[in-house]
Design a protein around this ligand. Structure first.
Ligand SMILES: *Cc1c(COP(=O)(O)O)cnc(C)c1O
Length: 385
């Protein structure tokens, strides 16, 4: 049987896959099972930060792979200690816990918020405010944190203790805090799965103020927005706020599974000995990938992300067939007049891979996509819409 038939027969039908197999690639060019070439604007959902099979990244990862592939957290390991150092020095956060995915990073953040409140206030203070249209993961608890009913159907009872506020409604958040014992506020500065919608600056700043005044932990979910994607190392830096907890994953490993939960001063010591763990968390090969990725996200690269973003906005905004362009950096949502799925299909036929977010065409290109490829892809988009 070929791959598609095997997949259909033996893999649970949880994914609506595009009708092609990605076999190989180099940077922002990828090839399918028939050798057809595509410009990749999806990067495995913002994971392949420097595209596919990037030389420097491959070298860093394989060097570690040949030394030692796994140690468990029973032993010290240099790559994960160095990633933690890099994350803390570049964010001002104090400590890191490593998992393997975005959902795990968020699970850790939720545990921190509850444990912090249990210690500082009481055990009944466990509510976490999240937002309508948010996305925080697929485990039962991160699903509960996700403010979209469509994901909840069939999985009840959900984890207790989540309150869903409306983005922009600061009075609503204040009311939740006044009427419930709240331990945390968790947000995506740009809601990715929710349609690539940035939160207003003043709203995010007000959330920071409210959290501070009430000794509530401010948790920023940077799973998708993080690691240079929005033109800053982490998206909260665009907003000039200081979160208490930052979670990230997707692009951190550059293509290998790694998730991280960073804590600031307030909750630095909240999760002590025996309070959390992960067998694979901080895996040295994934950590070597992350170290390479972080070492290359410098001001030059970030300015490049901003310039490419500006180019995309300028080229697409107000053009025929395009209703709106939203997002930040190289995380972009395009509302097209034509149905988004139709647009994505036609783009694919013309050699451009884009993905969907709600009813929008979503672009998440590699941070180092060469300008000529980006221009070619943008022209194809203009043609198709
Ligand atoms: C993708 C995503 C997650 C979940 O990450 P997984 O690695 O799939 O568990 C959580 N939060 C946000 C904002 C995401 O985009």
């Amino acid at each position: 049987m070929d791959t598609k038939a095997l997949d259909k027969q033996y893999i649970m039908g949880t994914y609506g896959r595009f009708p092609l197999e990605i076999v190989s690639g180099k940077g922002s060019l990828v090839y399918d099972e028939n050798g057809k070439e595509y410009i990749d604007l999806g990067t495995g959902i913002a994971v392949n930060t420097f595209g596919i099979a990037d030389d420097e990244w491959v070298e860093a990862v394989t060097a570690q792979l040949m030394k030692c592939q796994h140690t468990s957290n029973l032993y010290y390991s240099e790559p994960c200690a160095k990633v933690a150092e890099a994350l803390c020095t570049r964010t001002g956060m104090k400590k890191v816990f490593f998992g393997n995915s975005g959902a795990e990073a968020n699970e850790c953040a939720i545990k921190i918020a509850r444990a912090y409140a249990a210690e500082k206030k009481d055990r009944d203070t466990y509510f976490i405010i999240t937002f309508k249209n948010s996305f925080h993961g697929r485990t039962i608890t991160t699903l509960s944190a996700t403010g979209q009913d469509v994901f909840h159907v069939d999985f009840t009872p959900l984890t207790e203790g989540f309150l869903y506020a409306e983005v922009g409604d600061i009075e609503g958040v204040e009311r939740f805090i006044a009427e419930n014992k709240v331990a945390g506020i968790m947000l995506e500065t740009v809601q990715g799965e929710g349609g690539v919608v940035p939160m207003p600056l003043s709203f995010v700043r007000s959330l920071e103020k409210l959290a501070k005044e009430n000794d509530i932990l401010l948790i920023v979910d940077e799973v998708q927005t993080g690691n240079g994607r929005t033109g800053e190392l982490y998206s909260y830096m665009n907003y000039g706020i200081t979160p208490d907890v930052v979670t990230t994953a997707k692009g951190l490993g550059g293509g290998l599974p790694i998730g991280a939960c960073l804590v600031g001063e307030k909750a630095e010591f909240t999760l002590g000995l025996g309070k959390h763990g992960s067998t694979f968390g901080g895996n040295p090969v994934a950590a070597a990938g992350a170290l390479n990725v972080l070492s290359r996200i410098d001001r030059d690269l970030l300015d490049g992300v901003k310039a490419k973003s500006e180019y995309i906005f300028k080229s697409l905004e107000g053009k025929k067939g395009i209703e709106s362009v939203t997002g930040l950096g190289l995380m972009i949502g395009i509302k097209t007049v034509r149905d988004a799925s139709e647009v994505i299909t036609e783009l694919r036929e013309k050699g451009v891979l884009a993905i969907k977010a709600k009813d929008k065409v979503r672009l998440l290109p590699a941070l180092n996509i060469p300008m000529p490829l980006l221009e070619k892809a943008v022209n194809t988009i203009l043609e198709v819409v």
